[in-house]
Each structure stands twice: as structure tokens, then as C-alpha cells.
Design a protein around this ligand. Structure first.
Ligand code: TYM
Length: 340
């Protein structure tokens, strides 16, 4: 079977990069695959989260999935910490993965900065938990933005090393030699890496100190339009071919956002806007962004105003996820040699 797994951290405000690189792409997949969409609260606490903020952000991510069109009756929507097998498998993977693999992760290097001896141990082991998220369900496909590519390569390395190290035991249990699948990343479309609106060389991120650098999913129409109109650009008109975007990071980014929001390719967008200046393109992009994000934003706000309903959806999703996770974990315990 083909199974999709993806997750988002409930830390800070969701932004346009999360929406276009991940959430929006989750929706059509639920009709083709068996999908699990997780709110990875255990990942979030690798850096300090105030407990009330964590609860609010967890509900917001779940609400964003549903507001964007994920149907919790089709896909499994849940928060990671309710299915404790994630932690259990992550421990086994901590003993499979090498420390050196972890130190090589660019996300770790970025987050740890110069202070790498004084970050949490969990931040270093983060990719091991991410591999557990995916492999617990033997997911074959993982839709994410470009920044998660290296973590997904590590997931493949962990799967491979586990299958290898335990090959004899896997065979003894009568299980498939490729016990854990070698997962395929799904990193595609015009919005795999949305850049900051202030600086076309920096990724749009939750942690950028400038609020002007990102469009939050909870921004109102006026805020969205203002941020787009103030976005940094060069003075040139838009090119009519995609090649003309080379070396023009800011222009490339805004055209990519337009393309992703309208389900078009960049080439199609440039066919329409090639030769036009920013005075035409930016208002068109602002209108499109407001029209697309507005309904998602208001539905999100409606959903989070009723936490009992969201919590019920997460609990139900966790029950369904746990049923799958228990099967894998029972096998893994036998493979490893744990007595029950
Ligand atoms: P997180 O929470 O940082 O981001 C959630 C998703 O949004 C994507 N993304 C972007 N896409 C395009 N442009 C951007 N500027 C941008 N910023 C973020 C991310 O690529 C991601 O798809 N480690 C993951 C969470 C995770 C996970 C998993 C993902 C935990 N377990 C298992 C997939 C499978 C993370 O930190 O995402």
C-alpha cells in the first residue's frame, strides 16, 4: 500500500511557506493515498515552548489542516504525543543512527548556532524522531518543503541501517527483508521554498524577527495586501520566460507564490504578466492571496474558537493512528529482541 505521512511543528505562527510548501498539497493526496497528517508537538519542545502556547499552537495547526480542506474522516489528523509509539521507535532509532549523522544536519547547525553544547539533546536527536514518525506507519511518500530534504535522506539511511543490522532477525520473524520502506520525498511544484518578503536569499520562516518577512495564515486581508505591496523587488519589469527569473530571487519568489496560489506553473504566470511592472503584478498578487487565504484564515479562526471539537478530532485521529502504530511496534520489539 502507498501511504503518506507529513507533520508540522506547533511552534509559532503558521505562514505562507507552510501553507504552500505543505498544507495545501496535503489536500489532493487524501483521495489517492492513505494519509496521516500529524501535529508534531514532541518535536516542538526540542526548543522551549510555554505550555499554554503549545496547546494553542497545536490546535491551530490542526485547524489549518482542516480549514485548508483536509477531511479528518478521510485522512488521520492527530498530535504526535498521543501515540507514544513515536517515542518508543525514536529510541530504537537513536541506537541505530550515528551521532555524526545528526551533527551534519543543516537545520541543527542553523538552530544550534555557535552554542551547540547548550541546546537540548532532543534538538540533536530531532531527525531520529522524525524518522520514527514516518516509519512507524511504513509511509512511502512524504510531502514537505525543500528544507526537509536532508531529514528525509537521513530517514532513508536509518531505514536501510535498521533493515541491514537486523536482517537475520527480520528473516527469522518471517518478515519482508525491506522491513522499513525506503521513503520517497514529495518535494514538487512552484512553492517548495518560499523566501522572505524582505530578503529573497532567506527562507520565509517562523523564527525571522521581522513580521514583515512573512505572511501569517492568521493575517487579515489588509495585512496581507500591505505586506505584498511592501515586498522587496528589483525595478525591472517581469520577464516573459522562466529563464528571465534567474538571478532575480525576489521576482522569482513572488511569481512562484502567484503560481502556487493559482495552481498554475511559473511559465503560465509569466505568459500572463510578462512585460508588466510591479505596479500591476503586486496588486494582482495581493488580491489573489487575500481571495485564497481569506477563507482558510476565517475557517481556522472559527475552528480554534471551539477547542473541544478540535481536541475530539485529534483524539479520534490518535486512536486510529495508534492501531497502526501498535502493529509496527509489536514487530519491532520482536525484531530487536525485547521480551514481552
Ligand atoms: P516545519 O514545522 O518547520 O514546517 C512544516 C512544513 O512547511 C514546510 N516549509 C516550507 N515550505 C516552503 N517554503 C518555506 N519557506 C517553508 N517553511 C517551511 C516544511 O518543509 C514542512 O513541510 N521537521 C518538520 C516536521 C516533521 C515532519 C515529520 C515532516 C516532523 N516529523 C515527518 C514530515 C514527516 C518541520 O520542522 O517542519
Amino acid at each position: 500500500t502507498q501511504r503518506v505521512f507529513s507533520g508540522i511543528q506547533p511552534s509559532g505562527d503558521l505562514h505562507l511557506g507552510n501553507y504552500l510548501g505543505a498544507i495545501r498539497r496535503f489536500v489532493p493526496l487524501q483521495d489517492q493515498y492513505d494519509c496521516l497528517y500529524c501535529v508534531v508537538d514532541m518535536h516542538a519542545i526540542t526548543v522551549w515552548q510555554e505550555p499554554n502556547d503549545l496547546r494553542r499552537a497545536t490546535r491551530e495547526v490542526a485547524a489549518a489542516y482542516i480549514a485548508a480542506g483536509v477531511d479528518p474522516n478521510k485522512a488521520i489528523v492527530f498530535n504526535q504525543s498521543q501515540v507514544i509509539e513515536h517515542a518508543e521507535l525514536a529510541w530504537v532509532f537513536n541506537c541505530i543512527a550515528r551521532i555524526g549523522w545528526m551533527y551534519r544536519m543543516t537545520q541543527f547547525k542553523d538552530k544550534a548556532g555557535k552554542n551547540s553544547e547548550n541546546v537540548s539533546l532532543g534538538l540533536l536527536a530531532y531527525p531520529s524522531l522524525m524518522a520514527a514518525d514516518i516509519l512507524l506507519y511504513k509511509a512511502t511518500h512524504v510531502p514537505v518543503g525543500d528544507d526537509q530534504k536532508q531529514h528525509l535522506e537521513l530517514t532513508r539511511d536509518i531505514a536501510q541501517k535498521f533493515n541491514n543490522d537486523y536482517a537475520a532477525s527480520i528473516a527469522e520473524q518471517g518478515l519482508d527483508a525491506e522491513y522499513f520502506p525506503i521513503t520517497e520525498p514529495m518535494i514538487a511544484g512552484p512553492a517548495t521554498r518560499i523566501m522572505s518578503l524582505r530578503d529573497g536569499t532567506k527562507k520565509m520562516s517562523k523564527s525571522d524577527p521581522s513580521d514583515q518577512s512573512r505572511i501569517s495564515l492568521l493575517d487579515d486581508a489588509d495585512g496581507i495586501a500591505k505586506k505584498i505591496k511592501r515586498a522587496t523587488t528589483d525595478p525591472e519589469a517581469l520577464p516573459s520566460e522562466v529563464e528571465g527569473l534567474k538571478g532575480r530571487a525576489e521576482a522569482d519568489n513572488l511569481v512562484g507564490i502567484y503560481a502556487a496560489l493559482s495552481d498554475k506553473t511559473k511559465a503560465e504566470v509569466l505568459k500572463e504578466f510578462g512585460g508588466q511592472g510591479w505596479g500591476v503584478f503586486k496588486p494582482a498578487l495581493a488580491d489573489l492571496a487575500v481571495a485564497t487565504l481569506g477563507p482558510v484564515s476565517s475557517e481556522m479562526k472559527r475552528l480554534v474558537s471551539d477547542p473541544a471539537t478540535i481536541d475530539g478530532i485529534l483524539r479520534d485521529g490518535a486512536d486510529r493512528a495508534r492501531a497502526l502504530a501498535e502493529t509496527t511496534m509489536a514487530e519491532v520489539r520482536k525484531i530487536v529482541g525485547f521480551i514481552r
